[in-house]
Design a binder for this molecule. Structure first.
Ligand code: SAM
Length: 245
């Protein structure tokens, strides 16, 4: 009977592929991949011969229908993304929701994840944490998102593309103020590196260096959140009183 496996794959180092993930990728009827060319390389490396179909953000509708049909035909499917866990800043959430609605088992096969790997080695408070993923690529929206993040007391986890890092760090400092930050670069790869310091230091660093590689940002939460003044509460109550029913 149909079953959807969500399989974690390496974020750089192929040795991070789990024994169970390998077995599942070999046993399923089909592997649904974010980018079949990328996954083909992984399969070649591990001599996995399972057929691949594509499921990415630009074919979620058609691809999703196709996957559901396959599940209904009793096929087992492993969903993988280019790196790390499917659904985490990657395609998958949509098909998971639909598979659950149709009562198909959805089985996670845990594996590497960039944000959590960055968090545990960051040296910042690991919990509570708030995973945000990517900020918007447009400056105005990005600033609004940072405004929303400003008051959060949890450690904040973000993904960012190297060519946007410099601007993002500047916006962060302008909106959130100077805080501790850790940049985790090229996790699990040859040039893995952690840059630990303050936002101001990170900005300085980003100006001297050509920024290359993959980055996770781990940002300290707001350490000086003021208590909401009680007045606000009463003001809100008075608004409610004026509503006419
Ligand atoms: N699904 C993935 C996961 O579970 O971590 C995340 C996919 S998201 C599209 C890609 C982003 O994750 C990159 O832009 C980067 O911010 C981060 N990332 C992925 N691999 C990384 C690595 N090896 N080192 C640092 N960051 C990485």
């Amino acid at each position: 009977t149909g079953c959807l496996y969500l399989v974690g794959t390496p974020i750089g180092n192929l040795e991070d592929m789990s024994v169970r993930a390998l077995r599942i990728l070999k046993e399923v009827d089909i592997i649904a991949a974010e980018d079949t060319r990328n996954t083909k390389k992984l399969c070649n490396y591990f001599t996995i011969e399972t057929p691949l179909i594509s499921y990415h953000e630009h074919n979620i509708e058609v691809g999703g229908e196709k996957l559901l049909t396959l599940l209904q035909e009793g096929k087992t499917i492993a969903l993988v993304s280019d790196a790390g866990l499917p659904c985490i800043s990657d395609p998958g959430a949509d098909i998971v929701e639909k598979a659950i609605a149709l009562d198909f088992p959805v089985v996670p096969i845990p594996g590497p994840n960039a944000a959590l790997s960055a968090l545990i080695a960051s040296g910042l408070t690991p919990q509570p944490f708030f995973f945000y993923g990517f900020l918007n690529r447009h400056k105005k929206e990005r600033k609004q998102q940072l405004e929303q993040l400003k008051k959060r007391q949890e450690t904040i986890l973000l993904y960012e593309a190297p060519h946007r890092l410099k601007d993002t760090l500047k916006d962060m400092e302008a909106i959130l103020g100077n805080r501790r930050i850790v940049l985790a670069r090229e996790l699990t790869k040859k040039f893995e590196e952690f840059l630990r310091g303050t936002l101001q230091e990170a900005i300085e660093w980003s100006q001297t260096e050509e920024i290359r590689g993959e980055f996770c940002i781990v940002l300290e939460g707001n350490m000086n959140v003021e208590e909401e003044p009680e007045e606000t509460y009463w003001q809100d109550m008075s608004i409610v009183e004026h509503v006419e029913y």
